[in-house]
Design a protein around this ligand. Sequence first.
Ligand SMILES: Nc1ncnc2c1ncn2[C@@H]1O[C@H](COP(=O)(O)OP(=O)(O)OP(=O)(O)O)[C@@H](O)[C@H]1O
Length: 275
Amino acid sequence: MSGTETGPVLQVTGLRKTYGSAVAIDGVDFTLERGGSLGIVGESGSGKTTTARILVGLERATAGQVLLDGEDVTTPSRRDRRRRARSIQMIFQDPYLSFDPRLTVEESIAEPLRLHGHGDRARIRATVATLCDQVGLSTRNAAALPRDLSGGQRQRAAIARALGIEPRVLVLDEAVAALDVSIQAQVLTLLDRIRRDTGVSYVFVSHDLAVVRYATDTVLVMRHGAVVEEGGTEQVLSAPRHPYTQLLLASVPAPGWDPAAVAAANRALAPADRG
Ligand SMILES: Nc1ncnc2c1ncn2[C@@H]1O[C@H](COP(=O)(O)OP(=O)(O)OP(=O)(O)O)[C@@H](O)[C@H]1O
């Protein structure tokens, strides 16, 4: 492992991304502690996915800096991109799209191990078996094609595949959004256990405040491409200071929820704050 092993694993400053004249994000700053879990919340179009994609190198920032273990990885060279791929892995909402439909689940999990030189066939086979065990996939699931697994099983397979090359950071973009709630809970518990066991850090992009409350220690609230509030998750979600965060919380359906009051509160926000 290169770089310092104390201090934050990720330091992001002044991140900006424009598409022509459209500003997707502007001035996003945050720090992710080693072994920590940071949530990014905000309504659709607030810039969550753009931020996540820049972190993993799928998008190039227009300005700003991403430090991974103190090393600048904002605009990596081709060789550095491979190293970054090894250090920061991403899990998407629909893992089906990121699996080769012709490969069995165990072949897919083995692929990054082969690519990153994790030993001979026997060693890779043993690592795959350990990973499947770690995420709760049976040998039968491992031998199946992705289309023959349930959504929850596929997400477990995606987690196993990402973890194999021992990344320092996992970026999870709406990773449990497509799962029904009981399966969601299982995958969240699994992720929590993995974080405690391995010390991997998470960036958890989600529109679901209940998920963020469970899965993260700190949270950023984004609106129109900017961070409007940040802090400890429990603190921000139980005593939000920014009117937009208050509105996000009021928008969550719960007993006594009043959609008309939420719509009125949205209209009452200052124009610059309005969604
Ligand atoms: N490739 C692109 N070209 C042009 N504009 C883009 C592109 N990608 C994102 N944007 C714009 O950037 C802004 C932020 O989008 P982004 O996908 O990051 O938001 P989000 O918070 O992740 O939304 P959602 O929750 O719906 O995924 C939006 O206004 C979006 O239209």
